[in-house]
Design a protein around this ligand. Structure first.
Ligand code: ATP
Ligand code: MG
Length: 137
């Protein structure tokens, strides 16, 4: 069993699509072991996305991620990291495969509805950034 970290981003929560996305997550066999709705500050978004801090889209991305609440999740499944990225689809919904969450729900390359960790080290960092051990059940 592996754990990954996921976010239902502001664009999806604002459009009341969180329930549909959670349904897709459970239908794909993930167990939700942690979940909370929070509103990030700009500084918290910047800390979360620090690997992108030299990218031209960094400031906009952090403004987007902190403009309204998100739902943070820890998901468990065999090969959870790769399986969740596959279910999300490509970063840009224009390139996302049929049947993926970003294809169905995303607005554009920035407002792309969900986040997923990209490796075991980033999953560990991102889970610990938002959850304590006691909150994972
Ligand atoms: P995430 O890390 O959110 O799961 P990802 O791993 O598919 O997405 P990254 O390259 O890590 O993509 O980019 C992080 C986030 O930054 C993207 O999900 C998207 O919201 C935003 N982003 C990425 N590329 C661009 C871009 N060219 N223009 C605007 N926003 C972008
Ligand atoms: Mg990424």
């Amino acid at each position: 069993m592996e754990r990954t970290f996921a976010i239902i981003k502001p664009d999806a929560v604002e459009r009341k699509m969180a329930g549909k996305i959670l349904d897709r997550i459970e239908a794909a066999g993930f167990t939700i072991v942690g979940m909370k709705k929070i509103k990030l500050s700009t500084a918290q978004a910047e800390g979360f996305y620090y690997v992108h801090n030299q990218r031209p889209f960094f400031k906009d991305l952090c403004a987007f991620m902190s403009r309204s609440p998100v739902i943070t999740l820890v998901l468990e499944k065999e090969n959870a990291i790769a399986a969740w990225r596959e279910l999300m689809g490509a970063t840009n919904p224009a390139n996302a495969a049929e049947g993926t969450i970003r294809k169905e729900f995303a607005v554009n390359i920035e407002e792309n509805s969900t986040h997923g960790s990209d490796a075991p080290e980033t999953a560990a960092f991102e889970i610990a950034y938002f959850f304590s051990q006691l909150e994972l059940v």
